[in-house]
Design a binder for this molecule. Structure first.
Ligand code: PDD
Length: 291
């Protein structure tokens, strides 16, 4: 598998960064993950816009790769030379403030941001999706700028690890009695026929998959509101699902070992799983809109 690091292409196994990289020392950076189908990135621009906004929040100058043409050409070469032109893959892109002696404040001399990108094979979790996944709930221990997609992911790492240790797919984080999001995906509930998900503010990441799902719901005539779901409502919801680039749309049928509704993926979730697949395939040129 190939990696792109500061303008150079090289085998990922040999790619190295400085121990003084502020990403390594402080988690001073941001990242993005794209879904790729047959070599084409899904939602290039929306992910780039979120990356640009994160860089702006952290006052890291935007490198060239934040331009769609540059990103697409880097992605093409990574995908082609990693043998991932066919089928599904993901692109990981990370930008840090760069290399400088360790001081908490920004380096006094401007640094070049470190830019790292790589690709991985992705297999949509079809089997699990057919029966639905289990989740646990866990306190949301994160800071108050969860809208910035920083590489500081320790609370997310610990939440996911707790889920795995309990045989669950993911952990839904609870802050002040409401579900914010999963460790790396947004959370949706269906309650009395209405799709509900946490509003986009500083408490969650504004997921691209979340945005696409809301658009698909609107097109399908499914009513949706961006309002918090309480912990109690989560447990008694008619349907629950996660949505994220590497999670896809994933029905949740068990929460903290209790069954959600019938214990089967519900009709609205199943419909959105289908709609999302079509949307992905059309956007990535796998099928045309007329077929
Ligand atoms: N995570 N919430 C959090 C905390 C996330 O980390 C992610 C994505 C999402 C979903 O966003 P999107 O639909 O744009 O992927 C929500 C990526 C995939 C990751 O960390 O691997």
């Amino acid at each position: 598998v190939l990696a792109y690091l500061n303008g150079q292409y090289q085998p990922r196994s040999g790619a190295t960064i400085s121990v003084e990289d502020r990403g390594f020392v402080f988690g001073d950076g941001v990242y993005e993950v794209w879904r790729i189908v047959n070599g084409t990135l899904f939602e290039t621009e929306r992910h780039l816009a979120r990356l640009a906004s994160g860089l702006n929040e952290l006052r890291i100058p935007a490198p060239d790769i934040v331009h769609p043409d540059v990103l697409n050409s880097v992605a093409k070469r990574l995908v082609a030379e990693s043998g991932l032109l066919d089928g599904e893959a993901t692109l990981y892109l990370e930008v840090t403030r760069g290399v400088a002696p360790r001081t908490h404040q920004f380096p006094s001399k401007p640094t070049n941001p470190t830019v790292y990108a790589t690709v991985n094979r992705f297999s949509p979790p079809e089997e699990l999706r057919a029966k639905g996944a289990a989740c646990i709930t866990i306190p949301d221990l994160r800071w108050l700028r969860c809208d910035i997609k920083t590489i500081q992911l320790l609370p997310n790492v610990l939440a996911k690890q707790a889920a795995v240790e309990r045989g669950a797919l993911d952990a839904i984080m609870i802050r002040d009695g409401v579900a914010t999001e999963g460790s790396h995906a947004n959370v949706f509930a269906v309650i009395d026929g209405v799709l509900r998900t946490h509003p986009t503010n500083h408490l969650i990441l504004a997921g691209i998959t979340r945005a696409v799902v809301l658009e698909l719901a609107a097109n399908a005539g499914i009513r949706a509101v961006e309002e918090p779901v309480t912990e109690a409502e989560l447990a008694s919801a008619d349907e629950l699902f996660l949505a994220g680039t590497t999670t896809d749309v994933m029905p949740i049928v068990r929460l903290n070992d209790a069954v959600i509704a019938s214990g089967q993926p519900g009709p609205i979730t199943t419909r959105l799983v289908r709609e999302f697949r079509v949307c992905l395939d059309v956007a990535c040129g796998v099928v045309s809109t007329t077929t």
